[in-house]
Design a protein around this ligand. Structure first.
Ligand code: FES
Length: 127
């Protein structure tokens, strides 16, 4: 498949992005689908996608690093959690949970996310 394919039963649309091998672990990619800029990340946990337009002031999320995050435990101590993956906006550092797009402390400012699928060595974004 190439281009865009609509599934009338599910109402979802599948958009072909390109070969999986073009996006190595640790890399991100900016694509435009139907006029929407989408940042795609390849991590050791798989592929993830969210709006490239940061909900704060429009920073380019595709340029943000995927990292762990600092959180406070029950005793008030700050600890670095490498298991919770976030994307940090490069402009002002807001952190969004990689899988859900949720802002860690202000969920009302969450990023739209998209499903990513791989088939036969090709990458697709689905919504
Ligand atoms: S534009 Fe993203 S944190 Fe400000």
């Amino acid at each position: 498949m190439s281009g865009t394919e609509e599934d009338s039963a599910s109402g979802r649309t599948t958009h072909h992005i390109g070969p999986v091998d073009d996006l190595q672990v640790g890399e991100s990619l900016l694509v435009e689908v139907n006029g929407i800029e989408i940042a795609i990340y390849h991590t050791e946990n798989g592929f993830f996608a969210m709006s490239n337009y940061c909900v704060h002031q429009g920073g380019p999320m595709c340029e943000g690093p995927v990292t762990g995050t600092v959180s406070q435990n029950a005793d008030g101590e700050l600890t670095y959690d490498s298991t919770q993956k976030v994307v940090k906006c490069p402009w002002h550092g807001w952190e969004f949970e990689l899988e859900t797009g949720e802002h860690l402390s202000r969920p009302q400012y969450s990023q739209p996310t998209y499903d990513v699928e791989t088939r036969d060595g090709e990458l697709y974004v689905v919504w």
